[in-house]
Design a binder for this molecule. Structure first.
Ligand code: NAD
Length: 357
C-alpha cells in the first residue's frame, strides 16, 4: 500500500519537505531536506517529466537521503537535500521559472543549497543565482566550478586504485581488464585516466554516437555488446550508466574481483546485494563514496572556488576507501554497510558535539 506523504517523510527520517508552485511560470517543485546536522542540505535540482507528483516526491525523498550519506562519508560539513521540478525540460525552462524557483530556495534562508542535476545546467544555476546566494555549480565565468564530471571521474579512479591495491597488492591499473558500462560524461573521463595508466579497456553504451566518440578519442578501447558483459572475464566492472545493475542474477554471473564505478544506487537491494558481493569475495567500492567527487567539487565553490583544492579533496577518496575496507575486515561486514556505518557515526558524533557547544 502506498504510504501517505507524512508517513514517507517520517520513515525516511526527513526534516522538511517544501512544495513550491507558481502558476505564471508553470513551476511545480518539491525540495526535500533530509538532514542538516552537519550543515546546510546541498543537492541538485532535477527536472523530470514524472508520471505523477507522487513519483516526483518519492524521487526527491530517496535522492535527498543519499546526499546526506554522500556528504557525511566525504567529510563535508554539509547535509543532504535534493529538489525536483516536475515537467518537460525542453518546454518548461525559462529565465522567469528559474528566478521564481530561486526565490523559493532563498526563502529557506540557506537551509538548502541547490546545484545542477539531471536536465539542469550551469546556466540555469546562473538564473537561480540572480535571486539567491544559496546556489552552487555556477558557470566558470561567474567564478563557478563548471562541469563536475571530471572530478567525479577522478574520485572513481582513486576508488578503483584503492580497490586494486586491496585485490592485487598494487594500485597500478596497468594491464588490468576494465569494463566500463556507459561512456557518458563521467565514463569518458574515467576512460581517459585508465588509458593513461595502461589498462585494457572495454566499453559498452546503448548510444552508438557515444561509442563512436570514445573510440575516436581513445583508439585502443574495445567496444563490447552490453548484453554480454556479465559473461566476460575482467578485473574491474565499472558501472557508469544507470543504477541497480547489481542484481541477484548479474552478481551470480559476474567474473570481476572488483566493482568500482560512478553510477548512483548500483545495488538493486542494499540488504541483499551488499552481502552477496561480500560472500562472493568481490571487492565493492560503495557508490556514494566513490562518486562523491562532483559534490566535493561544488562544495569547494561555496568558499571561493579553487581547482587544486577541489582535486586534493577528491583525492582523499583513495584513503577513505581503504578505511572502509579496514572496517569491513575488522567487523566482517559488507562494504555498503561499512560506509553507511561510518557516515551515520559522523552525523551522530557531530550532532552530539553541536548540542554540547
Ligand atoms: P550520462 O548521461 O552522461 O552518461 C550515461 C551513459 O550511459 C550515456 O552515454 C547512456 O547512453 C549510457 N547508458 C544508459 N543506459 C545504458 C545501458 N543500459 N548500458 C550501457 N550504457 C547505458 O551521465 P553521467 O553524468 O556520465 O553519469 C553517469 C552515472 O553516474 C549516473 O548514474 C549518474 O547519476 C552518476 N553520477 C554522475 C555524476 C556526475 O558528476 N555527472 C556524479 C555522481 C554520480
Amino acid at each position: 500500500m502506498q504510504q501517505s506523504v507524512f508517513e514517507q517523510i517520517q520513515s525516511g527520517g526527513h526534516e522538511q519537505i517544501v512544495f513550491c508552485q507558481d502558476k505564471h511560470t508553470g513551476l511545480n517543485a518539491i525540495i526535500a531536506i533530509h538532514n542538516t546536522t552537519l550543515g546546510p542540505a546541498l543537492g541538485g535540482t532535477r527536472m523530470w517529466n514524472y508520471a505523477s507528483h507522487q513519483d516526483g516526491l518519492t524521487d526527491a525523498i530517496r535522492l535527498s537521503r543519499g546526499m546526506t550519506y554522500k556528504a557525511a562519508i566525504s567529510g563535508l560539513n554539509l547535509g543532504g537535500g535534493k529538489a525536483v521540478i516536475i515537467g518537460d525540460a525542453s518546454k518548461l525552462k525559462s529565465e522567469t521559472l528559474w528566478r521564481r524557483y530561486g526565490k523559493f530556495v532563498d526563502s529557506l534562508n540557506g537551509k538548502y543549497i541547490t546545484a545542477e542535476d539531471v536536465n539542469t545546467n550551469a546556466k540555469d544555476m546562473e538564473y537561480i543565482g540572480m535571486e539567491t546566494k544559496h546556489v552552487t555549480g555556477k558557470p566558470e565565468y561567474l567564478g563557478g566550478s563548471g562541469d563536475p564530471s571530471p572530478f567525479t571521474a577522478y574520485g572513481v579512479y582513486m576508488g578503483m586504485k584503492a580497490a586494486a591495491k586491496k585485490a592485487f597488492g598494487s594500485d597500478s591499473l596497468s594491464g588490468k581488464k576494465v569494463v566500463v558500462q556507459g561512456a557518458g560524461n563521467v565514463g569518458q573521463y574515467i576512460i581517459g585516466y585508465l588509458v593513461k595508466d595502461g589498462a585494457e579497456i572495454s566499453v559498452c553504451d546503448i548510444n552508438s554516437e557515444k561509442l563512436k566518440q570514445t573510440v575516436s578519442k581513445f583508439p585502443g578501447v574495445q567496444v563490447v555488446d552490453g548484453n554480454t558483459i556479465f559473461d566476460m572475464e575482467m578485473d574491474i566492472y565499472a558501472p557508469c550508466a544507470l543504477g541497480a545493475t547489481l542484481t541477484t542474477e548479474s552478481i551470480a554471473k559476474l567474473k570481476a574481483p572488483i566493482v568500482a564505478g560512478c553510477a548512483n544506487n548500483q545495488l538493486a537491494d542494499e540488504d541483499i546485494h551488499g552481502p552477496m558481493l561480500k560472500d562472493k569475495g568481490i571487492i565493492y567500492v560503495p557508490d556514494f563514496l566513490i562518486n562523491a567527487g562532483g559534490l566535493i567539487n561544488i562544495s569547494v565553490e561555496l568558499d571561493g572556488y579553487n581547482t587544486d583544492r577541489a582535486n586534493s579533496m577528491v583525492e582523499k577518496i583513495y584513503n577513505r576507501t581503504n578505511e572502509i575496507f579496514d572496517l569491513c575486515d575488522a567487523e566482517n561486514i559488507h562494504a555498503q554497510a561499512a560506509a553507511m556505518r561510518l557516515a551515520e557515526k559522523r552525523i551522530h558524533d557531530i550532532g552530539l558535539l553541536k548540542k554540547v557547544l
